[in-house]
Design a protein. Structure first.
Length: 211
């Protein structure tokens, strides 16, 4: 089998889930979180330094996560569905590896028919209020996505494995995959564009690249 791994935020969907959870808390919280997210995705600060901090500021409820999960679907990358259909026909199996949150991403994954999602599970109290996150999940730290790719390679033994994403944490997988493809429809990050094997701005460019 051949495995094509997608980042979620600003790749399969236009939004950054953490930013939208912050937006629900008001403009000041949104601005603070957006700045932290961009700093991490550009490689200016370590993901480890901001992961828990952002969640403690937002403290997202279960209801807010459902709301943002629907936003992922509403703002899906416009060529994603057709691209996945072509890739599957060519023998590729899609997966999602994201620094976002499992419960928020799963509705989009289900919509796209993607069975494997590696992200960060959130925890909630019985009343749906925020109760923390799984701090052991690899995407909570720099170097976490390459760890997941290594696990997927061991599990699936793919003939080829490709990663597609927009951020520095995605670029970190380059040493573990056969091909890293940077994505810039929503966020064109200078280092990703410079170091990626290929850099695309629409997912429908993928089938030709992966022939």
């Amino acid at each position: 089998m051949k495995l094509v791994v997608f980042d979620c935020d600003s790749t399969l969907s236009a939004i950054e889930g953490i930013d939208e959870l912050a937006r629900l808390r008001g403009p000041e919280t949104f601005e603070e979180i957006e700045a932290l997210t961009n700093a991490a995705m550009n490689g200016d600060v370590a993901i480890d330094e901001i992961f828990a901090r952002r969640l403690e500021i937002i403290r997202p409820s279960e209801g807010a996560c459902r709301e943002v999960g629907q936003m992922y679907i509403e703002q899906i990358e416009p060529t994603a569905e057709a691209t996945l259909e072509k890739l599957r026909a060519a023998g590729w199996t899609p997966a999602i590896v994201s620094g976002g949150f499992t419960q928020v991403i799963e509705p989009l994954a289900h919509y796209l028919g993607i069975a494997r999602v590696e992200a960060v599970p959130l925890k909630f109290n019985a009343d749906g209020s925020y109760a923390g996150f799984d701090a052991s999940a690899p995407p909570t730290r720099n170097g976490g996505k390459p760890e997941i790719i290594t696990t997927l390679k061991t599990e699936y033994q793919p003939e080829r494995i490709v990663m597609v994403g927009d951020g520095i944490s995605d670029l970190e997988t380059q040493s573990e995959v056969d091909q890293f493809i940077g994505f810039g429809r929503y966020a064109e990050r200078e280092r990703v564009a410079a170091e990626a094997t290929h850099f695309i701005k629409s997912l429908d460019a993928l089938p030709e690249l992966l022939k």
